[in-house]
Design a protein around this ligand. Sequence first.
Ligand code: 4AD
Ligand code: MG
Length: 477
Amino acid sequence: MKNITPIVSIIKNENASHDPSVPIRISGWVRHVRGSAQVKFVSVNDGSTFHNLQIVLEREELLALPIHTGVSLVATGHLRPSPGKGQTLELSAEEIQILGDAPPEEYPIQPKKHSMEFLRENAHLRLRTQTFSSVFRVRHYLNFSIHRFFHERGFYHIPTPIITASDAEGAGEVFTVTTLKEFNTKNVDSFSADFFGRKTNLTVSGQLEAETAALSLSKVYTFGPTFRAENSNTSRHLSEFWMVEPEMAFYELPEDMELAEEFLKFLLGSLIHDLPDDMEFLSDRREKEQAEKPRESRDSMSLLEKLNFILTSPFQKITYTDALQILASSSMAKKKKFQYPVEPWGVELQSEHERYLVEKEFNRPVILTDFPEKSKAFYMKRGENGTVRAMDVLFPQIGEIIGGSQREDNIDILKEKMESFGISAKELWWYLDTRRFGGVPHAGFGLGFERLVQFATGMNNIRDVILFPRAPGILRF
Ligand code: 4AD
Ligand code: MG
């Protein structure tokens, strides 16, 4: 449609030079309507900004129109200063064209408080709410900033395949891709008649492929959807999520950690700076939500305070071994308040332990390093005393936001580890070639994009930061 002005440019007063005698046309969806038989105030949002534009209806023929929440319309009129609070300008309507009705008795997104579960059931319409439109503007902005961060630092974006034959993490939690009517995932040979003539699956990580690119271009990143068939029904897990994975030649673990910290601070810092309206709204929203909880389980800081705090706090670096010692001698362990054991050396740390370290012990993000070799993926570089040069970045509330490592560049150790992890060297011949030919020390990490969006928006559930979430038993749309 022609000559539509986005509401954001009106709010930002980008129309200051606009000839006031020429009418303005806006479009959008009605958020709410109030007023009387003589005058109606219609709040319209077009998604271009957090703010609604108030349209004032005074003419008889306009007052008679069936305008209510959810209706889509195009309105033409003149802008004028608004005497009402909450806005400086309003549109005095001269002409309104209703594009689509939303019968009030059927339209689910009425201007009242809806539960998150109700909105998840109406995920196809939930972006019409203030909360979800803000969340998705933040999501877009973080996505854009990721590309900016890497581009400005000389990284190349190399997307990696979504259909693969490898299970990079070796955890066996893959979704099989097949066109066969019948198949047996245990019998690899039965896939010889399949589309690709072999067993294939959706990628769990683009890392192995990204490594091949890093060993030519030095600094690369892949950013795409990843899929995990793990049966985790938590507020931090999705079966389909996006992951950004930088991979850098000539980096060892210390540089990898430094980059991860700089990256997270850059993303959160530019978000606060560039999307202040959405971020203030989300911070207030979370505070109201927190006020309904018992005092002892409320956040100690508002969302914005927390983000600012993270920007100014150096992340705490600590080895798995030292962390285990802290946990074992904590009052939590002594009072047997941890559900999972913190000994012997080698046990996997659980989210209760991660949260204790971040929220109680250090009160800032923590980078845990040097994990037991057996607990981590095959490609991680062997360190000392049965450890690998791995890192997990832990954040308050959500726990692990980044997982990464220096990669094993010694081909003999790599082969030995593949064998002990049951990973076929024949299958990964191309991966081994990167060590055979011009191998170098290199490192990288993976940031769970939805976990970042979840943290940045203060949403309690990861299912509320992706358009149509996929989780075990959940695929409504
Ligand atoms: O720790 P993960 O499994 O590491 C990798 O996949 C490596 N290949 C990354 C690398 O070094 N290039 O996953 C990385 C991150 C986690 O820290 C977490 O933030 C996120 O991905 N993640 C999930 N996010 C949502 N739902 C899930 N089921 C997730 N599993 C991992
Ligand atoms: Mg991990």
